[in-house]
Ligand binder design. Structure first.
Ligand SMILES: Nc1ncnc2c1ncn2[C@@H]1O[C@H](COP(=O)(O)OP(=O)(O)OP(=O)(O)O)[C@@H](O)[C@H]1O
Ligand SMILES: [Mg+2]
Length: 344
């Protein structure tokens, strides 16, 4: 669907002193129908990547291929046409305040040269789709933040884009409204099949709706994959952040601790009791968490074992359980400047 090849973006630095490398060679594939999350610390290059994707910014080098078409080197009419295949939803909604809801949604259709009757029909259809029927004649100032963002989403969908890009689309909203807007994006993804790429600093957003994600760090892709694969991969920074385990200072240096991850309902049987009985080991639970991730129950337990534990036996026992993985040691814990958020 979207293939990004060795994308580089360099800005001239302030006061002409050298250059800023915002993107240092991004390779990324986003499959059709995904809800793809992009996270990373401030300054990692997330917004730059998004501006390259929606063709507001030209990359210094590299390619962006959208359904087989290289859209990164287009200019003029070709670029304008390609932009219609990519809808963008902004953090601050970016609505026209002197225009009604309907006129805001009609705006891109006007630019595309659509006739009045067609525009109105299409706009009203979209307004209904995002749950705002009855608000056609309201002005943005008469709407709540969540409603304004629904208008922003309807407008972004007006040109029937292949992909919807969201730059921190829910950051200006309270937690309940955030959840509603995220659920709307997931519903639209299911109903009209639009691929969604969203930038977020809220890990709750990844947990709630994303199917895949990438972590950007200093202009590079540090890791990427399906959400549940990341969570099940020992050592994945992103996976650890998506389902974090609290730290207990008494857990010591981690030499005898293990992190067990259980994915799916089958994995949540009485394996811990069986492990203790079968191997006759001493275990303290020093951290734990259960989360819904991509609609699946994921559990994490950090266990500390007695000094003469046979690691191989424990690992063999745990690995034999379905949907369960074990990693010795504390593992990675944090990514900078990303928050857990209130979202479930
Ligand atoms: N127009 C610009 N001119 C010069 N440098 C820029 C420009 N836009 C971004 N940068 C630099 O590129 C780097 C990446 O910025 P970007 O805005 O993409 O980060 P981000 O990951 O979106 O951060 P945040 O989470 O704070 O929004 C930063 O070092 C930034 O200062
Ligand atoms: Mg940004």
């Amino acid at each position: 669907m979207i293939v990004i090849e060795n994308l580089v973006k360099t800005y001239p630095a302030a006061a002409g002193a050298g250059e800023v490398s915002a993107l240092r060679g991004i390779d990324l594939e986003i499959a059709e129908g995904e809800i793809f999350g992009i996270v990373g610390p401030s300054g990692a290059g997330k917004s730059t990547l998004l501006r390259c994707l929606n063709l507001l910014e030209s990359p210094t080098s590299g390619r962006i291929v959208l359904r087989g078409d290289d859209v990164s080197q287009l200019t003029g009419a070709g670029q304008r046409q390609a932009r219609r295949r990519i809808g963008t939803v902004f953090q601050q909604f970016n609505l026209l305040h002197s225009r009604t809801v309907r006129a805001n949604v009609e705006f891109p259709l006007e630019l595309a040269g659509l006739g009045r009757t067609q525009r109105r029909a299409r706009a009203d259809e979209l307004i209904e789709l995002v749950g705002l029927a009855g608000k056609e004649k309201a002005f943005p100032s008469q709407l709540s933040g969540g409603q304004q963002q629904r208008v922003g989403i309807a407008r972004a969908l007006a040109s029937e884009p292949d992909v919807l890009l969201c730059d921190e689309a829910t950051s200006a909203l309270d937690p309940d409204t955030t959840d509603q807007v995220l659920d709307l994006l997931a519903e639209l993804n299911g109903r009209i099949g639009v691929t969604v790429v969203l930038i977020t600093h809220e890990l709750g957003v990844l947990r709630r709706i994303c199917t895949s994600a990438a972590r950007l760090d200093d202009g590079r892709i540090a890791e990427t994959g399906r959400i549940l694969d990341l969570v099940g991969t020992p050592g994945s920074v992103l996976g650890s952040a998506i389902v974090p385990v609290g730290d207990d200072p008494s857990a010591g240096d981690g030499a005898d601790t293990a992190l067990v991850t259980t994915i799916g309902d089958e994995a949540h049987g009485p394996w811990l009791a069986q492990l203790v009985r079968k191997l006759d080991v001493d275990i303290s639970v020093v951290g734990g968490r259960v989360e819904q991730v991509a609609g699946v129950t994921v559990g994490r337990l950090r266990l500390r074992f007695g000094p003469d534990v046979n690691r191989a036996d424990v690992a063999a026992f745990v690995d034999a359980q379905s949907g369960t993985t074990l990693a010795w040691g504390e593992g990675p814990e944090t990514i900078g400047a990303v928050t857990q958020g209130a979202t479930a």
